[in-house]
Design a protein around this ligand. Structure first.
Ligand code: GAR
Length: 215
């Protein structure tokens, strides 16, 4: 069975959505470890509540950025992890980890990439004035939010949205598409060719786009 490790820095609601998908049987996988860079992260409590072990690893414990990511890669390899899932892990992943898990690290971003990468994707979209934003699950490469796109959900931006209301609307779809992307991976249905990710055996109207309630 697919062995997942989640990396999270904060409240971990996406982590929870993956836990819930596993528990309900929608996702055939085991979450073997949470790694966090924040000893205060609420994600730690979620791990404890669900019998998932955790490690707190902080860059300051290591001599260099590469040393930090090498030690994360070593921990994951030691445990036979197949897929690394970034769920609100607020750091740019270093090369040793990317090299150890090529096309085996996923991230979720709260905007329709390549628009609004980096921090506060929801605020960037609102301030720019776009009418549609959303969220993106993608494989991680060496850039910031630049790896091949797996699934996106389009979410409307309302005139009276604040950063908070838009973030909340987008988050509901994050919680749907992240477990879905992992399920496709677990089923061996993601085929990466350069920048493009093909979802094998899916009908034309179900190829990685969710567009809810745009009307
Ligand atoms: C989520 O909205 C996620 O998309 C975002 O952080 C939040 C984490 O929430 N990630 C990024 O902005 C990455 N650039 P969570 O801890 O409740 O899952």
């Amino acid at each position: 069975m697919l062995k997942i490790s989640v990396l999270a820095s904060g409240r971990g609601s996406n982590f929870q959505s993956i836990i819930d998908a596993v528990k309900s049987g929608r996702l055939n996988a085991v979450i073997s470890l949470l790694i966090t860079d924040n000893p205060e992260a609420f994600a730690i409590q979620r791990a404890g509540d669900n019998g998932i072990s955790h490690l707190v690893l902080q860059p300051k414990q290591f001599g260099s950025k590469d040393g930090y990511y090498q030690s994360i890669a070593d921990e994951l390899k030691k445990r036979g992890v197949d897929l690394v899932v970034l769920a609100g892990f607020m750091r740019i992943i270093g090369k040793p980890l990317i090299d150890a898990f090529p096309n085996r690290i996923m991230n979720i971003h709260p905007a329709l990439l390549p628009s609004f990468p980096g921090l506060h994707g929801q605020k960037q979209a609102r301030d720019y004035g776009v009418k549609i934003s959303g969220c993106t699950v993608h494989f991680v490469d060496a850039g910031m939010d630049t790896g091949p796109v797996i699934i996106q959900a389009a979410v409307p931006v309302r005139d009276d949205d604040t950063e908070e209301t838009l973030s909340e609307r987008i988050l509901k779809f994050e919680h749907k598409i992240y477990p879905e992307a992992i399920r496709l991976f677990a089923e061996g249905r993601l085929e990466v060719a350069g920048r493009r990710v093909r979802i094998k055996d899916s009908p034309p109207d179900d190829q990685g786009l969710t567009s809810p309630s745009l009307g």
